[in-house]
Structure formats: C-alpha cells, structure tokens
Design a protein. Structure first.
Length: 759
C-alpha cells in the first residue's frame, strides 16, 4: 500500500458557511459559541470528506477563522503591544482585532502569500520580543478529530518561513535574530501534539522554494536540529516551486519526510531522489493551484522512478500544495456543460485523483483501470476539442508590432495636454473605482441572475446606484470621479463573463483574505471580446457630471493571474490575447468621451516568479501586455493604473516602464514606506499613494491623512502627487465611506492651502 496524503483542505465551506458565520459574529448578530460551533461542524465535515476519499494522512490545524499565518502568530504569543494582550490565550476578539484593526489599534499588515491571491497577516516583530505558547488550537483540533476516529497530521507554518515573512518594527534587526526565541515554543507545540497522540506533523516551509540567504540556510539547520528532538515525525513541506539549490539543504535536515511540488516542478524529482536516503518523499503530483483534471497516466509515469528508488514505504502521494487555493467541489456545479466539466477537478475530485494514483502505484494500474482510462479519455478529448482554438485570435496576435506598445508622445508631452484638458487642482483627489457593494446591490444581482428581476429593472436599479454615487462624489468634492462598479460582481469575474474563451462557476469560491472570497473564472480557450463591455456604464456616468470621469478596467496580467488559466499554452500567450481584448475596450472608452481610463494591475507583483532568475522573463511579457493594452490612445487621454499589496523595491524600473500617466498604490498600512522607492528611483510620472486603509472598518481622521500626505511630499514632488484611498471601496459601508472621504478631501484641501502659503 502507498499512503495518500493531503496538505490542507479549503476551510470556507462548500457554500461559504464560514464566511457567513464570521461576518455574522463581526456584526454582533451571533455569539462566539455559534461561531465556534460552525467551525467545529466544518472541520468535521472536511475531515470526513477526506476520509471518504481514502486519504491516509489527513491534515488538522489547516482550519482557521481568518488566516493560518495569523494563527501561528497567536500561537507564539507574538501580539503587537497596541492590542493590549496581557498574556494567556489569545482570544477570538484579539485575533480579529489584529486582522481587522480596532478603533484604538490599526490592523496588522496584510500581504500576498507567495504568488497566490491568498493574503496573510504579516507578523510584526520588535527587537527582543518575547514569545509564549498562547493557544492550544493545534492540540484541540487534533483531539477533536481523534474523537471522530480520525488521527490527523497537524499542520504548522515553520519557524523559518514565519520569521522570513515577518516585518520588523522600531529598531533595525533581522527577524531571524528571534529564531532562538520561537524555537522553544515550537518544541512545546510539538511535544503537546506528541502527547495527544500525533505520530506525524506537517511543517510548511514554502520559503524553501525561494532564493535563501546564508542566514536563512543557517536558520534551517538550527531550527530543525531543535525540532527533530521533539516528539512527532516531521513532514517538511515545500511547495509553489522547486527546491532547486536548496534541495541538498532540505534533504540534509533531520526530518522524517520532505514534500515536493511536482506539479510546478516535475523535473526536481530526478534531482532529489539521489539525496533522499532515509527519508519519506511526499510526491505532490496533483496540482493544488489549478482546476484542470490531471493526466493520471503522465503522473504515474513521473512517480514510478520514486517507487523504484525508495520502495512503497517511503513514498506518499499528495496534491502539490494545500487545496486552499482551489474550489471545494465540482459536484455542485450544475451549470457547467458536460464537456467542460469533464476537463475539471476541484478539491474533492483532486483527492480522488490522489487516491487513484496511490493505488495505481501500490497495486498496479489495473487496480484502477477504469479511473485511469477515464482520465486518458478526458485529456484526449480536451486536446482535440474545437472550443479551445479561434483562428482569428491567433491571426491578430501575429499582427502586433513594437509600435503598438508605445504611447504616441512622451510623458512630458502627455502631461502638458492632459493638464490643459483636465484642469485639476494640485493634489487632485480620486478613488480607486468601486463604491460599497451593499447587500442591496448583491441582492438585486442575485435576483437578476435567478430571473426574478428582469433586465430592464436591474439596469434601472444599477443606473440609480450609479447616479447616487456620482452625486455623492460631487457633494464630497472629489476631483476625478468614477462610476462605482455596481454592475460588477468582481473586477475579474465580470470581465471573464463578457470575454470569449472564459467559463465561470456557480460555487467555485476560493478564500482571498479573511471572510472574503473570489470566484476565479476559467480560461479554457482563445480569448477575444465579442462586444464592448464597460463603455455604456462609463459613458452614462460621464453624462451625469461635468467633472472628469475615469473609465475602469482590469488589466491583462491581473485577469490572467486571478483566473484559472489553461495549461496547454504558455501563460504569456494567453495574457497577450487578453491584452488585445482590453486594448479595444480602452480605445472604445476614449471614443465615448472618457478623458481618463484606469487599467488596474493589482496582481502584477504577485505574478512575479519566486526565483529572481525567472523575473526578467516574466516582467518583459507582463509589462509589454500592459503597454499593449494602454497604448492605443491619444496623448490627452490620461491612463491610470492601480496596484495594491505590492512591494515595489525590486521592480520599480519595470513599474516605470509601464509608463502609466498616474499610478495609485496601497501605502497606508506601511506608513508610506512603499512610496520611498518611487522617490529614490526618481519615478517620473504621477503617483497617488493610498492614505486610507480601506481593508479596515476604522475611519481615518483628517489629521492622520494630512500626516501621511506630509510624509508623501518628502518622497515625491508635490506636483506629481494624487490623493486617494489604498484601494476600491466595495467592501466598506456607506457611512464609513462618506466620513472617510470627507476627511480625505479635507486633508487634500488643507495641504493645498498649506502648500500655497509656503510659496
Ligand atoms: N478576484 C479578485 N481578487 C482580489 C481582489 C478582487 O477584488 N478580486 N481584491 C484584492 C483583495 N481581495 C478581495 C477579494 C474578494 C473581495 C470581495 O468582496 N468578495 C466578496 C464576493 C464578491 C462577489 O463575487 N460577489 C458576487 C456574489 C455575491 C454573493 O455572495 N451573492 C450571494 C447572494 C446575495 C444575496 O442574495 O444577498 C450568493 O451568490 O450566494 C456579486 O456581487 O454578485 C465576498 O467575499 O463577499 C474583496 C477583496 C486582491 N484580490
Ligand atoms: Zn486595489
């Protein structure tokens, strides 16, 4: 027998039960007992689903009410001072305050988990910080599963990854200086798990697939020497790429097993096998980052050398990474046609594939002949399907020339004619696009989808929302307006629904951060734009006001990055197809009279490969895709772009190469730190650093925002600064939005006056 394993199961629930429970608790509609109850039910259901799928190593502690990194932070007692934690167990409310902020304490930072659209809460470290075991969650959940008759393999984020992803506050120091402080806590956790009966633990160290410093390498040796002495056997999990030059380091550590991502990096198996003496290898064969049904014959062939080299007791079969990043169950999708459905696998189906492969390896292909044949057949049908190719799209790709990637004039020329046309004040105020997606808006959309609200009534409703939103922006005194995005369910899914080559799901939700989920569209074929997508909405909004209106589009890299992308051609090619479709939309918006057009690229940074050696290749095609999208317009059309959750330090020259007239960035949670690099680089175009952290329900005061603007003027010349929130306002409620935007406009006006007085 060959063991089958899972690294993590989606915790949100097949119908987003966790989202609803957490949000009800935040609203005060339910109590902690009710929330804990939902958590328990979901955990039980998910463990049992994995057991039913025949998985041997079932994870626990992969559940979280908000984020697994935040849970690790709480477990270590690493609660920043401002949350007033006085030792003992970190309770639910402290946990949520850390994630979301509280009136008296801003939230901790949030950033992307490697190259995914999942966001984690960044640990915040201070020099000499003390740690203490401050939660019993891993042990509690292990015991909870055991009572259901399931002996799980608890999951922890490893110490080197946890520290490497942390940021330091106050004095300058290396987070790894605190390794000796956290290791005793990890040892206590492992001892506790061993005492509760855990034979194995999974420790996630995804930093193992990145370029490690000598300090990090040393930390691995120190950490695992210590942890190996504690009770349970350790399955050290790497994922999202190849171990590469860290392979020897990882395989030398005194751990019982190592997990490899063989979906992203199938080639690494050959490199690792000779180093695997005495270890169990967990073969991450089934792609945990995408939704395509696996080619089981190819996976079986890939795994066979491992079986030959190590024998059946020293391999296990698993998904490439936690299944957190894929939807729960394809079985719920009744609107996907049978042909497309036969090409897909979600979390539940993927566990079936894991089990089939484990049996094929252990008992021979004939033991699972039916499943293997079905996989072969589906793969062959997908390859041969007429739906995936569109000759007109390929023909157009061939006509693209370098000139299509260039704006007509230089930035200086464009700035002059745009200033002339737009006549904006200094420190112009704007927003990032979306306004509150209230329950009413979502209800109307749901009713429209179900046929309870006809097209005309839905359109009339959206027009009313847009009208009210434009009036509200005029009343607040904003300078450049937006239409509010009420017609959009999501900035990527909406475009996916209107572009050819895309399919979408009904229940394919994936957690993005906290209770927030996305439903990534599926790109299965060549992409094109059958008709204009946003022009009517933007033109309608512009007709309501004499102030300049910004057209609002999602950029090609972000559409690519936040979709499940076909795996039968290079991503670069799919991205270029999307770029051409959005370019047409940009030109149509200009023709409809929109003076400014924003092309959002919040996922550009997230798409950056995890290894520096791969950056140049990605950045070349990703930036070119943006330029192709943006360059069809006249000089007097102002192109904006927007990015959030991005570190720009390493890629600033490429951001400059995008050559957007204005870029708005998220900057408030980092206290404008993100802006420094634009100043140091002498970034030539206009910038709007966010001065309102829109991911927190907290309303920032005028004084606070003035202070951030003052900081911004230290890094960037005043005549190039815009004033705006960190990101769109769709997750906020109207009262917060009105109050915060009033403060934001007041701060901008104050700074304008101060700047004039100083002259
Ligand atoms: N794709 C994507 N990735 C992103 C972002 C983003 O905007 N989009 N932003 C950044 C931060 N991440 C975010 C991710 C999600 C949300 C968000 O607000 N998500 C919503 C869902 C948005 C959505 O698709 N809404 C749909 C479906 C709404 C819904 O739940 N409908 C109900 C019915 C509604 C009712 O009857 O009341 C249902 O289907 O069951 C709609 O508006 O139409 C949520 O989780 O609540 C915000 C930020 C980074 N990554
Ligand atoms: Zn944003």
């Amino acid at each position: 027998m060959i063991r089958s394993a899972n690294l993590g199961f989606p915790r949100i629930g097949a119908r987003r039960e966790l989202k609803r429970a957490v949000e009800a608790y935040w609203k005060g509609a339910t109590d902690a007992a009710a929330l804990e109850g939902t958590g328990r039910e979901l955990r039980a259901r998910h463990w049992q689903a994995q057991q039913a799928a025949g998985i041997d190593a079932i994870p626990s502690n992969d559940f979280s009410f908000y984020d697994q990194m935040l849970d690790m932070t709480a477990l270590l007692g690493a609660v920043p001072e401002r949350f007033g934690h006085r030792g003992g167990a970190v309770g639910l409310d402290t946990l949520f305050a850390m994630a979301r902020g509280r009136d008296d304490a801003p939230a901790m930072e949030m950033t992307k988990w490697f190259d995914t659209n999942y966001h984690f809460i960044v640990p915040e470290l201070t020099d000499g910080m003390r740690f203490a075991l401050s939660s019993s969650k891993p042990v509690d959940e292990f015991i909870e599963a055991k009572k259901l008759g399931i002996v799980t393999r608890p999951v922890l984020i490893g110490p080197v990854t946890w520290l490497s992803l942390a940021k330091t506050k106050g004095a300058e120091f290396d987070p790894l200086d605190l390794l000796h402080g956290v290791l005793p806590i990890y040892e206590q956790i492992l001892d506790g798990l061993a005492a509760a009966g855990a034979e194995w633990v999974q420790i996630d160290e995804p930093v193992l697939v990145t370029d490690l410093t000598a300090r990090q390498q040393g930390a691995f040796a120190t950490a695992y020497d210590a942890l190996a002495k504690a009770g349970p056997k350790i399955m050290l999990a790497s994922y999202f790429g190849a171990l590469g030059d860290n392979a020897a380091l990882a395989l030398r550590l005194p751990v019982a097993g190592v997990h490899l991502d063989l979906a992203r990096a199938p080639g690494q198996l050959a490199d690792v096998l000779p180093l695997a003496a005495g270890k169990v290898l967990s073969l991450g064969l089934i792609d945990g980052r995408n939704v395509w049904r696996a080619d089981l014959s190819a996976k079986l062939a890939l795994a066979k050398p491992a079986l030959a080299a190590l024998g059946p007791d020293r391999i296990e079969v698993a998904p490439s990474c936690s299944l957190l990043h894929v939807p729960v169950d394809l079985g719920q999708e009744d609107e996907i046609d049978d042909e497309l459905a036969s090409w897909l696998a979600f979390a539940v189906q993927k566990l079936g594939e894991v089990r089939t492969l484990a049996r094929a390896l252990g008992e021979g292909r004939s033991a699972v002949a039916r499943q293997m044949a079905a996989s072969d057949k589906a793969l062959a049908a997908r390859r041969a399907s007429a739906r995936i190719h569109d000759v007109a799209v390929s023909a157009r790709l061939d006509t693209v020339t370098p000139a299509d990637l260039e704006r007509r004039g230089t930035y200086a020329e464009r700035r002059a004619v745009q200033d002339e046309k737009l006549r904006l004040p200094a420190f112009p105020t704007t927003t990032i696009g979306s306004f509150p997606q209230t329950a009413e808006v979502r209800k109307a959309r749901a009713a429209h989808r179900k046929g309870e609200l006809d097209d005309a009534a839905y359109e009339a409703f959206l027009k009313d929302e847009t009208r009210a939103c434009v009036a509200e922006q005029e009343r607040l005194g904003l300078d450049m307006l937006v239409h509010g995005e009420f017609e959009r369910n999501d900035m990527v899914e909406y475009f996916g629904e209107l572009l050819a080559g895309f399919a979408f799901t009904r229940h394919g939700w994936v957690q993005s951060y906290g209770s927030r989920c996305v439903k990534p569209p599926l790109i299965y074929g060549d992409v094109s734009r059958p008709a204009p997508m946003t022009v009517d909405w933007s033109a309608f909004a512009q007709s309501l006001t004499t102030r300049p209106m910004k057209g609002m589009l999602t950029g090609p890299v972000t559409i690519l990055q936040w979709s499940f992308v076909r795996d039968d051609q290079p991503r670069e090619r799919t991205c270029r197809q999307i770029a051409l479709a959005i370019r047409d939309e940009v030109c149509d918006l200009e023709a409809a009279g929109l003076p400014a057009i924003q092309i959002d690229e919040p996922a550009l940074r997230e798409g950056l490969p995890l290894r520096c050696a791969d950056w140049a290749g990605y950045l070349a095609w990703a930036i070119d895709a943006f330029r192709l999208t943006a360059s069809g317009v006249r000089n007097d059309t102002q192109i904006h772009t927007h990015m959030c959750y991005s570190e720009f330090n390493d890629i600033i020259e490429h951001i400059a190469r995008m050559d957007a007239d204005v870029i708005s960035i998220e900057a408030s949670r980092s206290d404008m730190e993100l802006l420094q690099v634009f100043g140091d680089f002498d970034y030539p175009n206009e910038i709007g650093p966010g001065i309102w952290d829109i991911h927190s329900p907290r309303i920032p005061s005028e004084a606070e925002m003035t202070a951030l603007l003052a900081k911004a003027t230290k890094a960037i010349p005043a005549e190039r600064l815009w004033v705006n929130p960190d990101c769109g306002l769709k997750t906020r409620a109207w009262p917060e939005v009105r109050a915060s935007l009033a403060n934001l406009v007041a701060a901008a006006k104050g700074v304008r006056q101060g700047a004039l007085a100083a002259e």
